[in-house]
Design a protein around this ligand. Structure first.
Ligand code: HXC
Length: 269
């Protein structure tokens, strides 16, 4: 079921046709956070392609998101693993042939589990780095020609774990640090050809798989967050809309932290 609805447009902060004619390409787009990012883009007029490993989950999410706005097109391409650049390239070809272009890329596919260093095998570390970091590179690489044509924008989904040490998260922290570095390099290299690249770093977002795995066991954790609440998926969607909008046309090479100021207090650690 979708999280957002028409009230996001009617009562929200953005113009109803902000993204009319634009196409978003989103890995992990059937997952909780990225799905709501897509919902916001579609409600504001974009068409979208969401990609994931699970065929049924991806197609179902796409069909549901498409219902949010009359006339919108949302494709769900399952069986795509971001560790395989060739499966991404095929998905890009399908996107361009069906929807004509790619303006916005969200590299959102991620893998995570809690493991202390002692029990983290080399293959487990490699699996997470391959999904989060190599997968982000592959996504940028596969979409590059289309993004160059549209003078589009990249958005990488990062985290705040690597700003300090978070126990049980050596693998994800190392991968996300690499994601930040990748985005910064793309911002600098691709800026001269009109492409922007940014990261979004969600804090503790309620109702997500990450929350269930990482934060649900702690009582009154929200009181340790300066803004006194967990984030919502809509908070990430709002920041995403801003970063893809013309209001952010001079914003590139940044990491937009959306965490209620939590990391400054080490509230996650
Ligand atoms: C220790 C583990 C483990 C665990 C897997 N492994 N789970 N080690 N503790 N809980 C090890 C395995 O033993 C294996 O190592 C290696 O990791 C690869 O496991 P596979 O199952 O073969 O890998 P694969 O099928 O590719 O799955 C990748 C995965 C999996 C990352 C391990 O969890 C996955 O697909 N996750 C996708 C969904 C997901 O995680 N969503 C959460 C997103 S939330 P050995 O040595 O035995 O071969 C999120 C929030 C992050 O990302 C930000 C936090 C703020």
């Amino acid at each position: 079921m979708s999280t957002l609805d028409q009230s996001y447009v009617d009562n929200g902060s953005f113009k109803p046709d902000l993204f009319k004619g634009k196409v978003a390409f989103v890995t992990g787009g059937a997952g909780t956070i990225c799905r709501v990012q897509v919902e916001a883009l579609v409600l504001l007029g974009a068409n979208a392609v969401i990609l994931g490993r699970n065929v049924e989950k991806t197609e179902k999410a796409a069909a549901e998101i498409q219902q949010l706005r009359k006339g919108s097109k949302v494709l769900g391409l399952g069986g795509v693993d971001v560790r395989d650049v060739h499966s991404l390239k095929k998905a890009v070809d399908t996107t361009v042939s069906v929807l004509g272009r790619i303006d916005f890329v969200i590299a959102g596919a991620a893998g995570n589990f809690l493991s202390d260093f002692n029990h983290l095998s080399s293959n487990a570390f490699k699996s997470v780095v391959s999904i989060d970091l190599l997968g982000s590179f592959n996504t940028a690489k596969a979409t590059f020609e289309a993004v160059r044509k549209s003078k589009g924008a990249y958005l990488f989904v990062s985290a705040t774990l690597h700003y300090y040490g978070v126990p049980m998260q050596a693998h994800v922290g190392a991968a996300k640090a690499g994601v930040d570095a990748l985005s910064n390099a793309l911002a600098v290299e691709l800026g001269p050809i009109g492409i922007r690249s940014n990261c979004i770093a969600p804090g503790i977002i309620g109702g997500t798989e990450g929350f269930d795995r990482l934060a649900s066991g702690e009582a009154n954790l929200h009181e340790r967050i300066p803004l006194q609440r967990f984030g919502a998926t809509k908070d990430i969607a709002d920041a995403t809309v801003y970063l893809f909008s013309p209001a952010a046309s001079y914003v590139s090479g940044t990491i937009e932290v959306v965490d209620g100021a939590a990391w400054h207090l080490g509230a996650f650690g």
